[in-house]
Design a protein around this ligand. Structure first.
Ligand code: PHE
Length: 328
């Protein structure tokens, strides 16, 4: 009976060790110590083989029953340890489902797109519709019809990029006036935004930039109307206290003409040009200048965006730096 007693002792010792295991790894080791091939129960069973034949049966059964119980305790302890581990990890990684989401970063409009759309919206409300023209233009549309004399140095003044076949990269959006007016009868109210090209490059000039042309032709309209519209546009874009400066200037396609500046840190910045459409331009487009009159302007959209968003260098608009885009 000493064998049975030592089995009981072994069993209660195993039970304590199992209860004391405080990690799955440790539990696995405890299990091996008692139930493994070289474990205590196996050693006990080897001892049973040496007993008297009639004692072997009951001793073997008792050992197997003990083995099963130990196995059950191990399984129960294992489940317990795993439950604790899950609970601990949940506690560690606890998060508050009622918190608002962090939000994904979202795209923005480029400053130029922003001012372009804003300009279109502003002029639409005044009854202007949008026209477009190609960036590669004929000499006639870019210069000839706009009253630039053939051999006049005025053609060089704008630092033109010439393209094969006598075409040019349009130096301004004014050729859209010609395209739009030719073959149509006034009244007209149009804006024509787009890219233009000049051989220029510094903080406020890029070789490619953007203008928005605007023109109105009717029975009777005056320079005062033109000024009123430009003031309204400037104050819409830059704020109600924006001041403009109109400087007398020369363009072959307007008479009289002016350049327009807006106030800019440390002075004035040129915003664009304007004037009453020259009678020759109307005539070149097949419109009777004795019957109709009009005005036109061409404003720099890049400078509009620079002024609107406080961007100090025109190149920032074209470098794709998201910090610029984030200002919109
Ligand atoms: N086309 C002129 C320029 O680019 C601007 C302008 C447009 C002036 C319309 C008068 C009228 O400098």
């Amino acid at each position: 009976m000493s064998e049975l007693e030592s089995l009981e002792a072994l069993e209660s010792e195993a039970r304590e060790a199992i209860a004391g295991a405080d990690g799955v790894q440790q539990l696995v080791e405890v299990r091996a110590r008692y139930l493994g091939r070289k474990g205590s129960v196996a050693a006990y069973l080897r001892g049973v083989g040496k007993l008297a034949p009639e004692a072997r049966g009951p001793a073997g059964q008792a050992a197997n029953a003990a083995k099963q119980r130990i196995e059950d305790w191990v399984a129960a302890r294992r489940a317990e340890l795993e439950r604790d581990a899950t609970g601990r990890s949940l506690a560690e990684h606890r998060y508050d489902t009622s918190l608002p989401g962090a939000g994904a970063p979202h795209g923005r409009l480029h400053p130029l797109t922003w001012v372009l759309r804003d300009a279109v919206e502003f002029f639409s409300a005044l009854g202007f519709s949008v026209e477009e023209g190609p960036e590669v233009e004929t000499d006639w549309n870019n210069f000839g019809a706009l009253n630039f004399p053939d051999d006049h140095p005025a053609r060089d003044v704008q630092d033109t990029f010439f393209v094969e076949g006598g075409h040019v990269l349009r130096t301004h959006t004014s050729p859209v006036q010609v395209r739009t007016m030719t073959g149509r009868t006034p009244p007209f109210r149009f804006i024509a935004p787009g890219r233009v090209y000049r051989y220029d490059n510094d903080a406020t000039h890029a070789p490619m930039f953007h203008q928005v042309e605007g023109f109105l032709v009717d029975d009777r309209t005056t320079f005062a109307d033109l000024k009123g519209v430009l003031y309204a546009f400037a104050r819409h874009m830059f704020g109600a206290d924006t001041e403009l400066r109109f400087r007398a200037h020369f363009f072959p396609f307007t008479e009289p003409s002016a350049e327009i500046d807006f106030s800019w840190p440390g002075g004035w910045l040129e915003w664009g040009g304007c004037g009453m459409i020259h009678p020759h331009v109307l005539a070149n487009c097949g419109i009777d200048p004795d019957r109709w009159q009009g005005w036109a302007f061409g404003m720099g959209l890049d400078r509009t965006a620079m002024q609107r968003f406080g961007i100090p260098h025109i190149r920032h608009l074209f470098e794709g730096d998201v910090r610029v885009l984030e200002q919109v």
